[in-house]
Write a protein of this length. Sequence first.
Length: 110
Amino acid sequence: MQNLLLVITNLPDAATARALARTLVEARLAACVNIMPGVESVYRWQNQIETSNEVTLMIKTTSQAYQRLENALRSAHPYDLPEIIALPLAAGYGPYLHWIAAETHFQDHA
């Protein structure tokens, strides 16, 4: 089976998060995207401490689809410097993991 990843990014609002999540699943870059509203982020940006309310996306994908996923996130993301973090999935329920791989399978028809 392919290496599976959990990719995390934050967005400024629910509408943007929903639209991006749908785009990723429709393009088969993600098998599933969880939308987690109500996240408060504290971070340093341009030498200032900032606080903002954000919506987190938890994106299930494969390492094979990752670069295309990252490109899509960078292209559609409203932030100048989007958080895009990929974590390997070390274990999980076998049938669910197989489903992730099947749903993100990409065939290059070039």
